[in-house]
Design a protein around this ligand. Structure first.
Ligand code: ADE
Ligand code: ZN
Length: 335
């Protein structure tokens, strides 16, 4: 019964790395047409390699997969394929992170990346009725100077980008490392967001809030270490984009039954459900909803609240939020 409710529940996805949607089948296809060798003989072999002990373990393989993306059409196909999955799961709106440095460091131009991605989002809005906003993420294992170069490269395409994010290896790369580039990004009109408290501790979340001024926290699990921080997040009305299957795949949480999501909701934290890197972590957004619902015995009211949060804490203008929430409310009343 709840499986059906989840399937058709209107929702938004707010934490999604486009490079993390790269399914092995499409990876093989693009590698072949670009004449690039990948170190796997079959789709099954790729899937078998997806066993991770920690975030870094995953990142190593994730950056390797992205190496086959060369042409604008590759980025288009990757993005459109994800957006088709959104449509099939009643994801009405998505906020897509992309990592320009993963590509520009290999000699692919910023323009190639953003053009392929943004053309796919425009076509999906028209053909699939899924809306999208783009989040340009800085890789935190690289220097702030490198991030500044990315900011500079993005400026001709500013009209296509809504926010900046911060991702990659968290431990040892605190938000304060990116203080100046975030300040400059905000000056350019980008909304500041960041991964914080996934593997890093609560201090990293404090820094992301106070030094970078972020308006949404990606993951944020380790905020629960600090009751003062929890109160501050609630006071500032900031949402946490939680990714259940990512958390178990990267051993941030040992078992979904011990996932803190329900605790977060009970404390009054604004939480959303997301897939993070669905091709690597065993499921799209609806699989995440189903898995956490069954592990924590979530109620229909909780699922409604999670979907409502996803629109409420999106980066959309309030008029658009209202339209989506109205659609959700009608659905909730009739199901
Ligand atoms: N890049 C892609 N997925 C990520 C995650 N879960 N944490 C940090 N960086 C990422
Ligand atoms: Zn992420």
């Amino acid at each position: 019964m709840l499986k059906n409710f989840i399937q058709n529940l209107p929702k938004a996805e707010l934490h999604l790395h486009i490079e993390g949607t790269f399914e092995p089948e499409l990876m093989f296809e693009i590698a072949k047409r670009n004449n690039i060798q990948i170190p796997f003989a079959s789709v099954e072999e790729i899937k078998a390699a997806y066993e991770f002990d920690c975030l870094q373990d995953f990142l190593d393989i994730y950056y390797q997969g992205a190496n086959v993306l060369i042409h604008e059409q590759d980025f288009y196909d990757l993005t459109y394929s994800y957006l088709q999955k959104c449509a099939a799961q009643n994801v009405r709106h998505t906020e897509i992170m992309f990592d320009p440095q993963t590509h520009t460091d290999r000699g692919v131009s910023f323009e190639t990346v953003i053009s392929g991605i943004s053309k796919a989002t425009k076509d999906a809005e028209k053909n699939l009725q899924v809306s999208s906003l783009l989040i340009m993420s800085y890789l935190r294992h690289l220097s702030e100077e490198e991030a500044f170069k990315t900011l500079e490269a993005s400026l001709p395409f500013k009209h296509l980008i809504t926010a900046v994010g911060l991702d990659s290896s968290e431990k040892g790369n605190p938000p304060s490392k990116f203080k100046n580039v975030f300040k400059a990004s905000v000056k350019e009109g980008y909304i500041p967001l960041a991964h914080a408290g996934e593997e890093g501790n609560a201090d990293y979340v404090w820094e992301a809030l106070d030094i970078l001024g972020i308006q949404r926290i990606d993951h944020g699990n380790n905020s629960l270490q600090d009751p003062k921080l929890i109160q501050e997040i609630i006071k500032r009305d900031i949402a946490l984009t939680v990714c259940p299957l990512s958390n178990t795949a990267l051993q941030v949480v040992d078992d979904l039954k011990n996932h803190p999501l329900k605790k977060m909701l009970d404390m009054g934290l604004k939480v959303t459900i997301n897939s993070d890197d669905p091709a690597y972590f065993g499921g799209q957004i609806n699989t995440n909803f189903e898995a956490i619902t069954s592990a924590l015995d979530l109620s229909k009211d909780m699922l409604y609240q999670l979907a409502k949060n996803s629109f409420q804490y999106s980066l959309l203008p309030s008029k658009r939020k209202e339209i989506y929430i109205k659609e959700l409310d009608t659905y909730n009343k009739n199901n």
